[in-house]
Ligand binder design. Structure first.
Ligand code: ATP
Ligand code: MG
Ligand code: MG
Ligand code: MG
Length: 485
């Protein structure tokens, strides 16, 4: 079943159960200066959950475009993390609660395909609940009929939700699907989260929390007068399960990009890999990174973000550069986006016609970014290669802060790229020294206005990115975390 149809069935199921169908909010999170991109379906409904605004409907459903930059290092290595993904959700604002949330999710997941459901095998579904949430356990066991050995109690770190500040909080319950022994070890989600793939998280906003340290250490002040439901089902994960593919980079919305990248680079995808994430060949990981990142770039530019050295634009730039570099590491040296981006457009246009309508604008930003990066790469890589060779020749294991600084300052070579390339060559980088030189340069720049005009634009923007990276950020289900860019 196509992803677009899985999405349609989700909205249909909840619309039939009285939910208002609400469009996705745009990816850039504009109301919250601490959050660069929307990362969960509930973000656009936060004012309702906090009681700051009255919702126009008691229940709603949506398919929210999400970006999770903290997941970037997982992409291609696990079977289930995209930088861009779509979170299908249903929400109750003081209306229905635990029992309906659980049975609505169960019914859609297990109802047969010809009756409009997803047709998952109920015998293969596992759930987790919060330790003492006996109410949820009873619903899963008695109402739904799930045997106790597929209901796993988990602690606060995994199965408790709050926003990291005083306000609503409560236990979660998650649904997992057992994909069988080809994907990993048996024993449930606690043992192997690639074999047991999480596909749906149900959050029961039930209590009011007081102040306290972050995720786990806070007092419960009492029950909320109006209890809420917030759920998130990963659309790509459901596609992975229903399309019978190994991972979410192989579904209909990404596989054609992956195939095109394999064709360009002359790699045979999957030739050396098993089904499990742990059995992946490095070339296959790169192809998945390309497929994921090219699609993400398309969706982010479509929502009005353009590559830059700050904030959202910098996240976009890093994602694009990683895709472009992966293509080159696989052996294709020409500009690749003019060949890959149209494939991503064709994958996404059925659900998001704007990516086709606006393609001229989207592609002109993307292609220009690739050209600029390729010329930076040409200059910087040669110099970096020499420096790496010299370091190794003298038996060193760390590239000097001087060299990293020179690459940044003279050639516009971003530090993260220096770190990445050095790591591939088995070297560390003296980041301490690099930072010191950057700081000294900043001081000089302040003293010398002329100098600032010529050499320091990059420095200030890099600094602001670091600063932004240190800010406490609301990240939906993940509670409080650092949005690393
Ligand atoms: P995981 O433990 O697999 O990283 P999560 O617990 O962080 O997932 P939630 O915050 O509970 O995810 O988000 C709700 C749902 O969104 C998940 O059950 C999953 O189906 C989906 N999801 C979360 N992160 C991603 C991602 N990076 N790519 C694709 N789908 C995702
Ligand atoms: Mg996660
Ligand atoms: Mg999880
Ligand atoms: Mg979860």
């Amino acid at each position: 079943m196509r992803t677009a149809e899985i999405k349609r069935r989700f909205l249909g199921h909840f619309e039939q159960a009285g939910h208002a169908v609400v469009p996705s909010a745009p990816l850039p999170a504009i109301d919250d200066p601490n959050l660069l991109f929307i990362n969960a379906g509930m973000v656009q409904f936060v004012p309702f959950f906090l009681g700051q605004r009255t919702p126009p409907w008691p229940r709603a459903t949506s398919v929210q475009k999400c970006i999770r930059t903290p997941d970037i290092d997982e992409v291609g290595k696990t079977t289930r993390h995209g930088t861009f993904f779509q979170m299908n959700g249903n929400f109750s604002f003081g209306d229905y609660f635990k029992e309906d949330a659980i049975t609505l999710a169960w019914d859609l997941s297990t109802k047969s395909l010809d009756r409009g459901g997803y047709g998952l095998d109920p015998e293969k579904i596992w759930v987790t609940t919060y330790l003492d949430d006996d109410e949820a356990i009873e619903i899963w066991h008695k109402t739904v009929g799930l045997p106790m050995d597929r209901i796993v109690r988990r602690g606060k770190a995994d199965n408790y939700w709050s926003m990291g500040i005083p306000g609503p909080c409560g236990p979660c319950s998650e649904l997992y699907y057992d994909r069988g022994p080809d994907y990993g070890r048996e024993g449930g989600p606690e043992v192997d989260e690639d074999r047991y793939m999480e596909f749906w998280n149900l959050v029961f906003m039930q209590y009011e929390r007081g102040p306290g340290a972050g995720k786990e250490d806070f007092p419960i002040l009492g029950e909320l007068p109006a209890k809420n439901i917030d759920t998130g089902m990963g659309l790509e994960r459901m596609s992975t399960l229903m399309q019978g593919v190994d991972n979410l980079y192989e579904i209909d919305e990404t596989r054609p990009i992956l195939d095109k990248a394999a064709e360009l680079t002359g790699k045979r995808y999957g030739a050396h890999s098993g089904h499990a994430a742990s059995e992946s060949h490095p070339d296959d990981v790169r192809l998945r990174v390309i497929a994921d990142h090219v699609r993400t770039a398309l969706m982010v530019i479509a929502d009005g973000v353009t590559p830059s050295n700050e904030g959202r634009g910098y996240v976009l730039r890093r994602i694009m550069r990683r895709a472009i570099r992966s293509v080159r590491l696989l052996g294709f040296q020409e500009p690749a986006l003019p060949l890959l981006l149209p494939v991503a457009r064709d994958c996404m246009a059925p659900s998001y016609p704007e990516v086709a309508d606006d393609y001229d604008r989207i592609s002109s930003y993307a292609y220009a970014e690739e050209e600029a990066f390729l010329s930076t790469l040409r200059q910087g890589t040669t110099i970096l290669d020499v420096a790496v060779a010299e370091t190794k020749k003298t038996g060193g294991q760390t590239l000097s802060g001087d060299k990293a600084f020179q690459l940044h300052d003279t050639y516009g070579f971003p530090i993260d790229l220096t770190l990445e390339i050095a790591a591939e060559q088995g070297l560390a980088v003296d980041t301490e020294g690099f930072r010191r030189l950057m700081a000294e340069q900043r001081t000089r720049a302040k003293a010398d206005a002329q100098a600032r005009k010529t050499g320091h634009a990059d420095l200030s923007s890099y600094r602001s990115v670091l600063d932004a990276g240190g800010a406490v950020t609301f990240v939906g289900y993940q509670d409080v975390a650092r949005e690393t860019v």
